[in-house]
Design a protein around this ligand. Sequence first.
Ligand code: PMP
Ligand code: GLN
Length: 390
Amino acid sequence: YDHAAARVLPTVYERTTAASQAAGAINLGQGFPDAEGPHWMRQTAAAAITSEVGPTNQYPPGIGLPAFREAVAEHQQMHYGLTLDPQQQVLFTTGATEGIAASILAFADPGSEVVTFEPWYDSYGAMVALAGAALHTVPLTAPNFRPDVAALRAQVSDRTSMILLNSPHNPTGTVFTAEEITEIVEIAREAGAVVMSDEVYEHLVFDESVHTPVLSVPGAEEVAVAVSSVGKSFSMTGWKVGWVTGSAELVNRVRGVKQFLSYTSAPAYQWATAEGLRDDRGFFAANQVQLENSRELVMAGLEAAGLRAYRPAAGYFVLADVSAVTAKSAADYAAELIQHAGVGAIPVSTLTLPSTQRDAASELNHLLRFAFCKDEQVLERAMSRLGQWI
Ligand code: PMP
Ligand code: GLN
């Protein structure tokens, strides 16, 4: 991992957005929806900002508004049957990103090792480096991108401070089974490591797949914290309302770090998120149907263009292998696609270790990630551009 570069380079998502804008390309790189989230939640946030009652515009408690923490606890109970004490087991964070950062800084001691699956969500690599720990990975491989739990066990040792789990997984869309998550928690317990489970795609799960929250598996309470946020579940990535749940002891350690990152953030968004978490008014189900349709549109478009596309079980990204149409790496090909086809996508190699990037045999160097959380007309235009150019 290039520690120095991480401090100065914009993220691959921002670079792709900027390059797409500069080239007039359709941006299927950075994962943010075209459609705004529920209007009623936005009205609640607006009312909280402009009225003289409610949460006002001053610092809310660092751990989050009481109503927000209660709503997270209610949501976990209603959807997963989990009982959490909103006072001690729920922490507000500024997006899942801050929950991830604070968890890694809380538990990944300098000089220790952190293990995760590869490709990963970009902030994991950066935060592990900034914590002064070393990242070790286990690849998720095509066509199914299932986790090899035995390979994970082989990477874990008494130097391991954390295992970073992400299910549903970005960018593969893999939904880990309850058995896989149970085994991962067991491995962490044996090693005395903490599991951080990133569950931001918990409500974007398709077909027969079922999301298993880490805190629902046996033994997790002693070793695991879960992270989620409003951004994906309610299609409002700009709100940056997230939450960390777990035992009082572990959540308190995350709180200790979090207070020196942002301390707190806008109460109006916490207030409105609480309303949505208590009752989504059918938004989750409608959004899923919409995304399933978009997924099929993009799958068909990528395959018609000659790419091998892998149907995701969750999230809003499709991975496609470019090796049938080019001898170039996906990173080089992505630059060409933006310039010549007018479509932005993320090379999956940017979400892997440098050793993987240098490994010509790794299929991860031939994969592109296309976001499908966009208007259908936009997706159709993008697919037709790809079909014409490739
Ligand atoms: N984790 C994963 C796996 C993500 O894809 C993202 C991007 N939404 C985040 C965390 C960051 O979430 P937030 O925008 O709430 O900080
Ligand atoms: N989560 C978004 C993605 O995976 C990007 C968020 C960001 O730009 N940091 O595309």
